[in-house]
Design a protein around this ligand. Structure first.
Ligand code: B4P
Length: 192
């Protein structure tokens, strides 16, 4: 089983490219953002707790997200590969993921980190907000807070994986198709 992390700031293309990878390679897609939005839609206890953070553009507390991911991982051991999208977002989450994988005799094979300028991110997310109606994409100050949280809390995760020699940076400002080609170039080396 291949364990892949799609990493990058909000709007860098993680969710978009994860869907393309799933179509081509039949990997399992685990998006903590999607899981949290599902919990919110169903108005579960977890979802109501998460909403307070997501609406402001803050990160949901580690223990909430880690517990949710543990369940998902335990129930999907037969997958050919897994793409983690939007997780881990803190070094604490990255260490918890390592511990979970270790108990299954597995580890992260590659972290593909999408690099996109902050102003391009804001533009993309506002555009999505106008179409999808996602609350956290409609307000520019919430978007800027998400980007700030990325630089303060999430970007150290890249250094964590770099020290383990599994980090690969991918330019993410080209078109969706161009970026996908670059990602496939990396994936072909893993799946062959
Ligand atoms: P997520 O659901 O992970 O959302 P995201 O990072 O904002 O979006 P993503 O990066 O996947 O979107 P994409 O660029 O593909 O997180 C939402 C919130 O959930 C977080 O703010 C946080 O509160 C919470 N959360 C989630 N996981 C958590 C965790 N582990 N710990 C704590 N809290 C957590 O798409 C954006 C737009 O750009 C789309 O419209 C797309 O079409 C467009 N786009 C993509 N690539 C493009 C390209 N190359 N060119 C032009 N447009 C492009």
């Amino acid at each position: 089983m291949i364990n892949l992390i799609l990493f990058g700031p909000p709007g860098s293309g993680k969710g978009t490219q994860a869907e393309n990878i799933v179509k081509k390679y039949s990997f399992l897609h685990i998006s903590t953002g999607d899981l949290l939005r599902e919990e919110m839609k169903n108005e579960t206890k977890l979802g109501l707790k998460a909403k307070n953070f997501m609406d402001k553009g803050d990160l949901v507390p580690d223990e909430v997200v880690i517990g949710m991911l543990e369940d998902k991982l335990r129930n999907n051991q037969q997958a050919k590969g897994i793409i983690f999208d939007g997780f881990p977002r803190t070094v604490n989450q990255a260490k918890a993921l390592d511990r979970m994988l270790e108990t299954l005799n597995k580890s992260i094979d590659r972290v593909l980190s999408l690099k996109v300028n902050d102003e391009v991110l804001v533009e993309r997310l506002l555009k999505r907000g106008a179409i999808s109606g996602r609350a956290d994409d409609r307000n520019e100050s919430v978007i800027r807070n998400r980007i700030e949280k990325y630089w303060n809390k999430t970007s150290p995760v890249a250094e964590y994986y770099d020290s383990k020699c599994v980090l690969m940076e991918i330019p993410g400002e080209g078109s969706i198709g161009e970026t996908f080609e670059l990602l496939c170039g990396q994936l072909e080396m893993l799946v062959e």
